[in-house]
Design a protein around this ligand. Structure first.
Ligand SMILES: Nc1nc2c(ncn2[C@@H]2O[C@H](COP(=O)(O)OP(=O)(O)O)[C@@H](O)[C@H]2O)c(=O)[nH]1
Ligand SMILES: [Mg+2]
Length: 290
């Protein structure tokens, strides 16, 4: 069985029911035994969570899924199933979604959903269906991977005092203030005979033409900071190693500076990147749309 069928009607509802093949890779955990229901996350083709659902195993090869039933959510689930090779056995009914609904359905960011729902408009509209990419560049040993890991809150990229540790582009999704960003760590800029490292450096150069913001890391002890090129923000890293003017964007690894100072600097950096991209910041305490 590689087909799914909606068991509930097409009208917008809080919950919708779906019968589909009992295939593990669509979910973030093993499916329950026949007759048993359990909570699970339904995953898209690149592993992102598409919905939090309850799965009930109907038989060896079929299960029933209770998912969220908004029109946009149902479309997102259909896309995820199609990407996994699971298609519908129902005739395709013409979908009559208004332009507003269509936009809402394509929305990639919780903050954009809130803004759309409030009727706001602005330059952030260009991000409704797109996740911006932030590329971290700079010399080897500037602390790029350390920043990347701090931002993500986990050890995603290897760091070391050995120049040339990062050779590939390492990419990860991150979110703040209701906006998603794709963060990319790159191989450091330096002369090298290492072919893999050179390949990583060209990859970073090619990639830089296609990204939405370049974050250029410059260590505090490496002399005056460069002027930002078009589309760049300059970040002074290793801010424990030299005096950095308060007006400059700066960062310090908690291992080398006070933990609280690092957290505050990271928060201010993330906010400045979002503002630069034109993404309004929410007042989290009041839950209000600016
Ligand atoms: N003193 C100091 N060292 C740092 C800081 N951030 C990173 N480092 C160290 O600098 C070295 C290079 O860091 P890494 O993130 O691998 O640099 P990359 O080559 O630019 O990715 C590592 O030994 C880090 O521990 C910082 O804020 N202060
Ligand atoms: Mg690195």
């Amino acid at each position: 069985m590689s087909r799914y069928r909606w068991l509930s009607g097409p009208d917008p509802a809080a919950i919708a029911l779906l019968r589909m093949p009992a295939r593990g890779p669509c979910f973030d955990r093993p499916l329950p035994a026949p007759g048993v229901a359990r909570f699970a996350c339904l995953l898209g083709s690149d592993g992102e969570v598409v919905d939090e659902v309850v799965v009930q195993r109907l038989s060896e090869d079929a299960c029933m899924v209770a998912c969220h039933g908004g029109p946009g959510q149902r479309q997102a689930i259909e896309r995820a199933l199609a990407a996994g090779g699971i298609t519908s056995d129902q005739p395709v009914a013409p979908v009559d979604l208004s332009e507003d609904w269509r936009r809402m359905a394509a929305c990639q960011h919780p903050a954009a959903v809130r803004l759309l729902a409030s009727g706001a408009s602005g330059s952030w509209l260009r991000w409704v269906d797109r996740i911006p990419t932030v590329l971290i560049v700079g010399p080897s040993n500037a602390g790029k991977s350390t920043l990347f890991n701090l931002w993500l809150g986990n050890q995603r990229s290897l760091t070391s005092e050995r120049a040339g540790t990062t050779r590939d582009l390492v990419s990860a999704l991150t979110s703040a203030h209701g906006w998603h960003l794709r963060l990319v760590d790159s191989a450091g800029e330096r002369e090298t005979d290492d072919q893999l490292e050179t390949a990583g450096q060209s990859l970073a150069r090619e990639h830089s033409a296609r990204v939405d913001i370049i974050l250029r890391c410059h260590p505090a002890n490496a002399g005056p900071a460069p002027q930002p090129a078009d589309g760049e923000m300059v970040l002074i890293t290793k801010a424990d190693l030299a005096e950095v003017p308060a007006t400059q964007l700066q960062m310090v690894d908690p291992a080398h500076g006070a933990e609280a100072r690092s957290a505050a600097l990271l928060d201010s950096l993330v906010k400045k990147v979002l503002v630069r991209l034109g993404m309004p910041l929410f007042d989290a305490a009041a839950g209000s749309v600016p």
